[in-house]
Design a protein around this ligand. Structure first.
Ligand SMILES: [Zn+2]
Length: 345
């Protein structure tokens, strides 16, 4: 190197601090509400950059059709008023259209298996609906939702619905309704990932009997007890370890949300809980489901960069790379791929 070039190089090196060592391990978030509670609305226009910087390559962008009909009470989140026919379908249409507007031209939306494969190396969005209540008891709305880009459907959320029982209200269907059972088959055939989060234990058992493909529980926490709708609040959102093992036994994966009190608070405690879940369920069946911008308080993951911090903590704790790759990314991607490969229609 000539002296002049060397000087130029040294000047450049001094002016450009070394980028922090970035782990090459990509990240998937199986449940994210970026922009929903408006804690970080300004993240939405910067989404592509934020995903690239944090290495979050697969983000489940989750719309919430029943959100306009909910209220928060001391007992927890519940339905605020009776819902008229057409209202949930309309809410779905409005939210999918505004989500698509926000995302299109910003980050690619996964529609095909080829799109999904690209998430190995670049940021992609998965369009998800939290609750199939928007179908209002008919399978007719499913193909249009698929056409609009939906590839991941959570069966139930907080409102009573024709699909099945939820964790936070008195059961009405003894698990899944007849419609709910047909819906699980229809989602398999459509090539859409089934998400059991918020479903009652009976509903999970029945879905596991019906589904020909692995399913996920995108967000919540795993507990040794059997949570009941009567306990109220976030405690009702625990997934019994027995059910978590059954979901894992069928090849599925369980996502840990970012609600601090459910695992002791803080990113270190989040990482510890991930390690515990891996020991209970196996490395192929644990994933991140942050619920970013969906938790009104006590959230420890409220930025995409927080997920990268978790991966770094896990690496520092000595979690082997193969396990880390599965938990941080591979398990959600695999379940989504298997669901999409199963498309029959
Ligand atoms: Zn939820």
């Amino acid at each position: 190197m000539q002296r002049r070039n060397l000087l130029a190089y040294l000047t450049l090196a001094a002016a450009t601090p070394l980028a922090p060592a970035q782990s090459p391990i990509p990240i998937a978030d199986a449940h994210n509400h970026l922009g929903l509670l408006r804690k970080n609305t300004d993240s939405v226009p910067k989404l592509a950059r934020l995903m690239r910087e944090s290495g979050v390559h697969l983000l489940s962008w989750t719309i919430v059709p029943d959100a306009p009909f909910l209220r928060t009470t001391p007992r927890g989140i519940e339905q605020a008023r009776p819902i008229r026919p057409g209202e949930l379908a309309m809410s779905f249409r409005m939210q999918i259209s505004s989500a698509t507007t926000a995302i299109q031209g910003n980050v690619p939306i996964v529609r095909t298996l080829e799109d999904l494969a690209k998430s190995n190396s670049e940021p992609c969005i998965v369009l998800t609906t939290e609750g199939a209540d928007f179908l209002e008891g008919s399978l007719e709305g499913l193909a249009p939702a698929y056409a609009q880009g939906i590839r991941h459907v959570q069966l139930v959320h907080y409102v009573q619905n024709p699909v099945g029982d939820l964790q936070t209200e008195r059961p009405l269907h003894r698990g899944l309704s007849d419609f709910g059972k047909r819906l699980v088959q229809a989602l398999n055939d459509e090539g859409v990932l089934v998400d059991l989060a918020h479903s009652s234990g009976n509903a999970i058992d029945q879905a596991l009997e019906i589904s020909r493909l692995p399913m996920i529980w995108s967000h919540g926490f795993v507990t040794g007890s059997e949570p009941s709708w009567t306990v109220g609040g976030w405690r009702a959102r625990g997934l019994a370890q027995t059910h978590a093992r059954k979901i894992a036994g069928k090849g599925g994966a369980i996502g840990l949300w970012g609600l601090g009190p459910s695992f002791g608070g803080g990113l270190d405690a989040y990482a510890s809980e991930i390690i515990r879940m891996v020991s209970v369920l196996g490395p192929e069946h644990v994933m991140f489901g942050s619920d970013e911008d969906g938790l009104p308080s006590d959230a420890v993951i409220d930025q995409l960069a927080d997920l990268r911090k978790v991966v770094d903590i896990l690496a520092r704790r000595g979690v082997e790379e193969k396990v880390l790759r599965a938990v941080a990314f591979g398990n959600y991607q695999r379940c989504l791929r298997l669901a999409m490969e199963g498309r029959k229609v």
